[in-house]
Structure formats: structure tokens, C-alpha cells
Design a protein around this ligand. Sequence first.
Ligand SMILES: Nc1ncnc2c1ncn2[C@@H]1O[C@H](COP(=O)(O)OP(=O)(O)OP(=O)(O)O)[C@@H](O)[C@H]1O
Ligand SMILES: [Mg+2]
Length: 365
Amino acid sequence: MPTPDYWHYPRTALADSVLMAFGSGLSHALTMFAPRRMGKTEFLLKDIAPRAAEQGWRVFYHSFMSDGDEGGEVFRLSLAEFAAGRARTWLKPLTARVSAEVLGVKAELATRDARAPHSLTEVVQALAAGGRCLLLLDEAQILTRQARNEELLGGLRTGLDINKDTLKVLFTGSSREGLRRMFSEARAPFFHFGTNIELPTLERAFCTHLAAAFTRSTGRVLDEAQLWDAFVACGHVPAHLRAVVEAMVLNAGLTLATAVRLTSHHQHDETQYARQLNALPPLDRLVLRAVLTAAPLFAEETRARIGTTLGSAAPSTTLIQSATERLLRDEIITRRERGQYEISDPGFAQWLHALPTASDQAPLE
Ligand SMILES: Nc1ncnc2c1ncn2[C@@H]1O[C@H](COP(=O)(O)OP(=O)(O)OP(=O)(O)O)[C@@H](O)[C@H]1O
Ligand SMILES: [Mg+2]
């Protein structure tokens, strides 16, 4: 039994309601969305998985985040190994050790026949034959980026469909657009798979919990009200607040305000953001800026302003449309329910907010 992580703030009620929906037969698949760094993976691994195991589920967790081109194959092999084995839980969080494991699987792949011995549907069937199982599929929408995964996704859908009484699945994703694509556009759409739940932002009790954990580990006191203010100021991103508290644990002389300032730089992967922005054509940058300021993208006024900045005539709605489609495709922005757009990564949005507008035109250093 691993020692419980006392820094983790449990979301037990939410985990229980998800498990109740599965256990009672009400749902067989749920999709959970939340932006980057908001705690999806932590919720799956530290709340859902142990709770489900306690309740007698076999639990399989898989993240599609880092397996690159081989993502589909690594998933199929991992699931096959789990289905064939006796382990009751299979949790493969994203760590360096896992990358090594994945490489191992890849090496194994290279020595195998090019033809897969078992299709994913067969693997899923075998899994179902072993009894009730919960599949936690983290960032599964990544699979839709490559056409070659279409068959695999179709196989997954069919397998889950046939075995929906035994196999329950929780998909998570940080791209609304990617999830939408997965559930509606693939050749074998998952559309009737997706009752959506949003991972709620953490409440004040999270800060109370962190303050208590801080005292437990250092014997010092951390003002909970100030911590909450800092949490609100950093956009309710738990990863950021954890970094702040960690800095204060390690450095007794650090005030909360200083810790917030020092860590905010690390939270934003500045080099990557700059690279991402630099890679965009000028029009796309300006459309991105319009999304950032929630300006109506196709309105005459917005187009005129973009034209002025570009030193040209106002771009047509068709041109704006293409730029929007490119930004959507690359998951830089996502479509919200009512025709609104938002920047997918809240860290990127915050970083853009802090940029002088002139950098929309000139490349950044
Ligand atoms: N319930 C929680 N209690 C304490 N800390 C948390 C909690 N949820 C998230 N965190 C902190 O936030 C960090 C980011 O969480 P996590 O990796 O689960 O986010 P995510 O939504 O999966 O992000 P990504 O989209 O990057 O995969 C964690 O490493 C942890 O430090
Ligand atoms: Mg995650």
C-alpha cells in the first residue's frame, strides 16, 4: 500500500458520484473536461482509482499524453497485458520510469510481426471476460490527431459498446475541440458515449487543506485566507498553488506574495509559448488576440482592426474562418458551446495577456 499523499486534497464526493453512476448501471461512459493543470490526472489516479479498487472494480488507467506516434499501439499492448494478467489495477502515471516502460514496449513492438496478433476489439472482449472493469482513459482525444488511429478507435468503440454492462469508461481531456472531434467526427463516432461532466474548480477547502498540510510538514502557519486570494489570482490552477506552497516549504524566509511571483514564471512554459506564437502566421496571431479579448471574430469592426494592424484591407470572413480552423485544428483554441472560442491552455492565455500587443506582429526573442 503506498503511503497516502497528505498534500492531495481528496474529491471524494465527486469520485463517489461517478462510481455510483457506473455501479448502478446509469452510465457506461462519461467524459470529463477541464483545462490544463486543473487536476484531471490527479483526480483519476488519487481519487477515482483507489476508491474504485476499494469497491471491487478492476481499474485500468492509461494516458495518451506522451506516447507520440505509437500511442495507439502502446495502448493496445498495455490493455492486452492487463487483460491477460492478474493485476487488479494498472496505473501508469506519466513519469520518467513510464517513458522507459513505453520504450520497452516500443522495442518489443519492433521485434514483432507488423501484423497485430489481436485487434483492439478482441483485447477489449478478453478484458470484459475477466469481469467488471473501469477504464480511465486520460487525454484519449489525442488519438484522433492521426488518421491511422481510426481503426483502433472504431475497435475501442465496438468493444466498449458490446460490453457496456461490464466495462465502464471515464474519458478525460483538456481539449474541448479534441473531445468534440472524438465524439462526433471520427468514422466510428463515440457520440452516444459522452455524457459530459466538468471537473469543478477547487473550492476554498482546498486552500484550508493545503495550509494544514503546510503546517504538518513545517510547523509553520500559512494564512488560509491569503492562500485563497492567491489561488483566485492564479486562475484557480491547483498546480500553480502547489508550486507556491512547495517553494515556501523549502524556503522558510519566503513570503506568500514573493512565492507567487517567483513561481508564476515557472508555471508558464515561456519558451514554448513564444515558440508557439512565433510559428503562427500574422493573421492567425491577430485572430488569437481577438479570441483572447473575446472580440466577435467575424464582426466588421474586428476584421477592420485586424486589417489596420496588418496594414491591409480588412480580411474577409472566409480568411478569418480559415485562420480560426487552423487554430482549432492545432488545439490552440477550442470552441465553447455557444459559438464562442477560448484559448485551450489557460497558462498560454495568461501569458498572452501579459504580452504587449505589439508582439502580435514582431517575432519574439
Ligand atoms: N486534488 C488535488 N490536491 C492537491 N493537489 C492537486 C490536486 N489536483 C491537482 N493538484 C496539483 O496540480 C497538479 C496538476 O494536476 P494534474 O496533473 O492532475 O492536472 P491535469 O488537469 O491532468 O493537467 P494536464 O492537462 O497538464 O494533464 C498536480 O501535480 C498537483 O500538484
Ligand atoms: Mg493530466
